[in-house]
Design a protein. Structure first.
Length: 423
């Protein structure tokens, strides 16, 4: 199964790190919407760029090697059924804030590999939840439970068991909309939620210096009628512990929407809160991350976004990522839970309805021009037409005069046209 998992270079499903699995998303952009986005560029046709704007992109082998090493370690511990050892490994990744070369947390990579390996099945959440529904094998759940009983003060083991209970709860509930879930499904979800709370609330994430605990405590409040205060508290803990883990901004955005705890305006307020909490590390960059994620799910959020702040925040988060683009990688693309975009570029391009682009409009091309070195680390294959349309604004002056613009290896080469002979 591990070999098969690694043989899925381009598969995508739906949520946590990837090589831009939704690379074709913008290809669904209606022509009228693309024309609307181009706005003032009328007459400056994207077709012209086919021959004059050359883009080359490639992946980072070092990232794949690091990911393989994590997967192999998880598989080896699982083969030995060493749950105390597994918890120790996850605790090490948690405490060190280890990252892959692309910036994704090593803990999330290892944990998602483990969840995938110990599950009988997993399914797409159909937009009713931002977490994939894994069905954890009953014998595995019992083995981890026994290990925890023997080690009740092991916070990482408690967090792991709590996370597996949340998976089991959602798998039992099913991934359908609430009105289609039967009483048995709700009872199973509530039972697993209660067990997760009993396991994890004994440990304070701040006291244990654990983003892992903060993440599980955030997730175990999702869907509870009185869970918003605890949800927001977990957001604050997680941002304080690891403000560069961009998964928190995705989750904060999604669960602030009306279908869960808030509404359109509340989602933008959450963007401002996260920006304030992370300002010492990301300046105002989190405003873009949260607002863009929320806009992907709900068009009405756009009405409440401060456009100037949004554009400035986009620039800020790109500067903060200058040496680390958070590009999503090939192996994690095999997991539904791995596909939520982490890269700021993906938040722009992985937007079928074009909401983020329309808000940024011409300034998108200008910002991307400033950050060409990062384009290398984004798997932009399959989106060339859209990328060219956007970048046409960034290189409009050169392209209008007939120059050839080549983007490759993080560099820009501009070849001026030969002088036109005149009589």
């Amino acid at each position: 199964m591990h070999t098969f998992f690694r043989s899925l270079p381009g598969m995508g499903l739906g949520l946590l790190a990837l090589p831009f699995v939704a690379l074709g998303a913008l290809q669904r952009l209606p022509a009228a919407l693309l024309r609307r986005f181009q706005g003032e560029g009328a007459g400056f046709k994207a077709e012209f760029l086919e021959a004059n704007l050359v883009i080359d992109s490639f992946t980072d082998p070092a990232n794949e090697a690091a990911q393989d090493a994590l997967h192999d370690r998880v598989t080896a511990l699982l083969d030995k059924e060493d749950w105390v050892g597994m918890a120790a490994f996850l605790e090490e990744l948690d405490q060190t804030r280890a990252r892959l070369p692309n910036g994704i947390t090593s803990l999330s990579v290892a944990l998602n590999k483990l969840r995938w390996l110990v599950s009988d099945f997993y399914e797409n959440p159909l937009f009713c939840n931002d977490e994939i529904a894994f069905s954890v094998n009953a014998s595995v759940l019992e083995a981890v439970t026994e290990a925890h009983r023997a080690n009740p003060e092991n916070y990482a083991l408690a967090a792991l068991l709590g996370r597996l209970h949340l998976d089991c709860g959602w798998a039992a509930r099913g991934s359908d909309w609430a009105h289609r879930v039967d009483e048995e499904g709700w009872a199973a979800l509530n039972s697993h939620y209660a067990q997760a709370r009993a396991l994890v609330t004994r440990f304070d994430p701040i006291a244990y210096n654990s983003p892992f605990l903060a993440e599980v405590q955030l997730l175990m409040n999702i869907g509870l009628s009185e869970g918003y205060d605890r949800f927001q508290s977990a957001v604050e803990d997680w941002v304080e512990l690891d403000p560069t883990d961009r998964r928190i901004y995705r989750l904060a955005a999604f669960y602030s929407l009306e279908r869960w705890f808030g509404g359109d305006e509340e989602a933008v307020e959450m963007a401002a809160l996260c920006a304030e909490l992370s300002k010492d590390t990301l300046s105002d960059g989190a405003y873009f991350l949260v607002a863009a994620h929320a806009m992907h799910h709900d068009e009405e959020v756009t009405r409440y976004v401060d456009v100037d702040r949004f554009v400035a925040s986009f620039r800020t988060i790109l500067r903060a990522s200058a040496s680390n683009s958070f590009a999503q990688t090939r192996l994690l693309a095999a997991l539904d839970d791995a596909l939520t975009p982490h890269s700021p570029f993906s938040l722009v391009f992985d937007d079928p309805d074009g909401r983020v682009m329309l808000l940024l409009r011409k300034r998108t091309g200008e910002v991307l021009r400033e950050n060409v070195p990062q384009l290398d680390h984004t798997a932009i294959r399959g989106r060339m037409a859209q990328l060219r349309a956007i970048l046409s604004y960034g290189f409009e002056e050169e392209l209008r005069r007939g120059a050839r613009v080549s983007l490759s290896g993080g560099t820009v080469e501009i070849t001026e046209p030969p002088e036109i002979a005149t009589a």
